[in-house]
Write a protein that binds this ligand. Structure first.
Ligand code: CAA
Length: 247
């Protein structure tokens, strides 16, 4: 770490994996910022986090909207001085088989899970280039690697995130910026608990480790990838899935 406190923007910080990442990076000495859409949800989340001694800077911005993201990045740079780390974590599911998928279910998932990555990284990248330092982590999914029935939208977006990782990693490798993907398997969050129980039980039976992952197990990997120790890791995709998909 430098003498200056590093600043991390974690999108979708109020969700299951996002909360764990915000907590872990705060504990590791980062000043953490996140975005939100619902005032009500954000207020409850802020209270829950402050009870645990975690203070996160909150900004209202919809990650599907470029202008809102650009404004948020400018506000964070002004308020907190810089952005050194981006964790593109915001994500949604709209699971349904292709024969039933409505255009909105396709566009909502591509907008939130993939277009968001452009919307956040583009306005923040020049600051990182000027400072000669950056860590960008894209939270993808096992289902972007192997595909999943009912998730053509989600699998496409998550696979797209890793394509983005590989291209950008090459562009900025000589500028002190690393870009990596983390691909969680099935983690015990509301998103996974929304899968019908009978289907979820069948999925858990396919995980060699024999259980769902924990959000903290994803946060620990993010903490490593954003550390100075990980300076030689770029363009990689770290699978954290209990052995469910090996490739
Ligand atoms: N294997 C084989 N066939 C399957 C199947 C499977 N796992 N699942 C569904 N099908 C087949 C059915 O047999 C049926 O075929 P027939 O028409 O020939 O009988 C057909 O698909 C059912 O199609 P429907 O369009 O009627 O599907 P449905 O309404 O029953 O629901 C679904 C399908 C929404 C995809 C449901 O199966 C589901 O929720 N699956 C879980 C999807 C999932 O894993 N989501 C992950 C969410 S968590 C997350 O995304 C986080 C992360 O990164 C891991």
């Amino acid at each position: 770490m430098t003498d200056v406190q590093r600043v991390a923007l974690v999108t979708g910080g109020c969700g299951g994996i996002g909360s764990a990442i915000c907590k872990r990076l705060t504990k590791d000495g980062f000043r953490v910022a996140t975005n939100y859409r619902s005032e009500e949800k954000a207020a409850k989340w802020r209270e829950m986090m402050s009870e645990q001694g975690v203070d996160t800077a909150l900004y209202k911005a919809d990650v599907t909207d470029y202008e809102q993201c650009k404004k948020m990045i400018e506000d964070i740079e002004e308020d907190l001085g810089r952005i050194d780390v981006i964790v593109n974590n915001a994500g949604i599911t709209r699971d349904t088989t292709m024969r039933k998928m409505e255009p909105s279910q396709w566009h909502d998932v591509i907008g939130t899970n993939l277009n968001s990555v452009y919307n956040i990284v583009r306005p923040a990248l020049n600051g990182m280039l000027e400072r000669g330092y950056g860590r960008i982590i894209n939270i993808a999914s096992i289902n972007g690697q192997k595909g999943q029935i009912g998730q053509a939208n989600y699998s496409a977006a998550k696979a797209g995130m890793h394509g983005f990782t590989k291209a950008l990693a090459q562009e900025v490798a000589r500028k002190g910026i690393t870009v990596n993907t983390v691909s969680p398997g099935y983690i015990a969050t509301e998103m996974v608990m929304a899968v019908p129980e009978d289907i979820r039980e069948k999925i858990i039976a396919q995980i060699p480790v024999g259980r769902l992952g924990q959000p903290d197990e994803i946060a620990a990997a993010v903490a490593y990838l954003v550390s100075d120790d990980a300076a030689f890791i770029t363009g990689s995709d770290l699978s954290i899935n209990g052995g469910q998909h090996m490739h």
